[in-house]
Every structure is written in structure tokens, then in C-alpha cells.
Write a protein that binds this ligand. Structure first.
Ligand code: FES
Length: 157
């Protein structure tokens, strides 16, 4: 094959591959319904517990999910990240002092996740939570940063 003919075939193959790539991206976008990648995370609700199994005024650790489920005296639920907002160490629930303690630099937080003792700069992150069919579900893919506790963060059955 002469050199000019070879170059023609080479460019045709290259352009064809590029067009196939472009069309496959367009088809993938159209078949996904135009969702952004962040939308996929919204369906990541995980069942943590039966609502009836979590008593009022309790703190329950789900360490493998890195979350504490806090149920207030009035039944309000809060899903707290167990990651300290200072440098990310895992906090522990201290039943005796009724607070969360960070082993790294001694920050502590109350049951609402608010800072009692710095250096942690802000309250613990929360996760979106809902109660469906008697089950407590938490979206572990979307930690929500907050400065302090607000009663609207509580979820009720
Ligand atoms: Fe928790 Fe520093 S990482 S206090």
C-alpha cells in the first residue's frame, strides 16, 4: 500500500474511533436520564436499625458505618458522624460523662454533636436520616457540615 493510501486509512480509523467514543458518551448521558454523578449518591440510604429498637435518650454506635445514632429524650433522632471535625480522628461515646471524646487532641462534643471542648472548630457532621416503614435509614454518602445544633436537624417518627 502506498504511503498516501496508508495515511488515508489511518486517519479514517482514528476519526471513526473518536466518533464512536463521542456517541457512546452521548448515549450514556441520555440513558442515565441526564443525572449528575452527585444524584446517584442520593439513593444510598442504608437501613441502620428498627425504629422501635432505639430507645429515647440513648446513643448507639454503628462503628462499621462510622456513625452514631442519637435519640433525644423527646424521641428526636440525629445521625452523627464519628469523625472529629478537628483532624478527623474517630470519636468515642463516653457514657459516664455523657459526651463524645476525641482521643487525638481531647476535643469533646455533647449528644447533639456540639463542641464542648476545642480544638474542634465546629459541631460533628450529620447525615440525612429518615424513618420509613419503621426502619431508620441514613444516607452515609452525604455528610452535612454545620456550625452548631439546630432543632430542625432532628427527625421524628
Ligand atoms: Fe479530634 Fe484533634 S482530631 S481533637
Amino acid at each position: 500500500m502506498p504511503r498516501r493510501g496508508f495515511m488515508k486509512v489511518f486517519w479514517l480509523v482514528l476519526i471513526s474511533i473518536s466518533l464512536i467514543e463521542v456517541f457512546s458518551v452521548i448515549i450514556a448521558f441520555l440513558t442515565s436520564g441526564g443525572r449528575k454523578s452527585g444524584d446517584d449518591k442520593r439513593s444510598a440510604m442504608k437501613v441502620l436499625a428498627k425504629e422501635e429498637d432505639i430507645s429515647n435518650d440513648t446513643v448507639t454506635a454503628f462503628r462499621s458505618d462510622r456513625v452514631y445514632l442519637v435519640r433525644m429524650e423527646d424521641g428526636g433522632l440525629l445521625a452523627l458522624s464519628l469523625q472529629c471535625t478537628h483532624l478527623g480522628c474517630a470519636i468515642s461515646w463516653n457514657k459516664d460523662s455523657n459526651e463524645f471524646d476525641c482521643p487525638c487532641h481531647a476535643s469533646s462534643f455533647n449528644t447533639k454533636g456540639e463542641v464542648i471542648r476545642p480544638p474542634a472548630p465546629r459541631a460533628l457532621d450529620t447525615y440525612p436520616l429518615k424513618i420509613e416503614g419503621g426502619m431508620i435509614k441514613v444516607d452515609l454518602s452525604r455528610p452535612e457540615k454545620r456550625k452548631k445544633f439546630n432543632k430542625s436537624q432532628l427527625v421524628y417518627a
